[in-house]
Structures are given as structure tokens and as C-alpha cells.
Write a protein that binds this ligand. Structure first.
Ligand SMILES: [Zn+2]
Length: 93
């Protein structure tokens, strides 16, 4: 019992701990476009852009895509262009 209590306190004070109920796993996301230099966004390629939109057709936020600010802007632009030429939906479902 006393041991359990000690463990709990340790977890709370140590953010590097693997198991921490408050902070879960802190894993740094790597921007998919920075990671793969050969990957170039193309607004004429809806299959490639589909990864960055939700089921409803909305553009996923950075916390989901993991993209850096620069590439998230590129993604947004590409998706919007793709919608304009009717290769991606504005809305779905
Ligand atoms: Zn990036």
C-alpha cells in the first residue's frame, strides 16, 4: 500500500516517466513533409491530400497532421485548390 502511494508521487513529479496518467506519452510528432523531402504536395493529386482531411472533408489541424507551420499552410492551400477543381469535397456525409 505504502509502495503504491510512493509510485504515484514519483509519476506525478517525473515527466520523463514512461507511464504518467496526467501527461500520457509525450511523443514528438515529425512533420510528414519535412521527414520526406521527396514528398511534394500537388493539388491535382487528391489521393495524396486525403490523408490531411477528416471524414467530413475538413482540413485536419496541425495537432492531427503533425505538420510544421510552413507545411500546414501548404497543405491548406493544396486542399483548397483541390476543392476548387472539384477533386476533393468541401463537405461530406
Ligand atoms: Zn514541415
Amino acid at each position: 500500500m505504502a509502495d503504491k502511494k510512493n509510485n504515484k508521487n514519483n509519476n506525478r513529479n517525473n515527466m520523463d516517466d514512461d507511464f504518467n496518467p496526467r501527461y500520457r506519452k509525450i511523443r514528438k510528432k515529425v512533420c510528414p513533409l519535412c521527414a520526406d523531402k521527396n514528398l511534394v504536395l500537388d493539388y491535382k493529386n487528391p489521393d495524396q491530400l486525403r490523408k490531411f482531411i477528416s471524414e467530413k472533408g475538413k482540413i485536419s489541424p496541425r495537432r492531427v497532421t503533425g505538420a510544421c507551420a510552413k507545411h500546414q499552410r501548404d497543405i491548406t492551400l493544396a486542399v483548397k485548390r483541390c476543392r476548387q477543381i472539384a477533386m476533393l469535397p468541401y463537405t461530406q456525409g
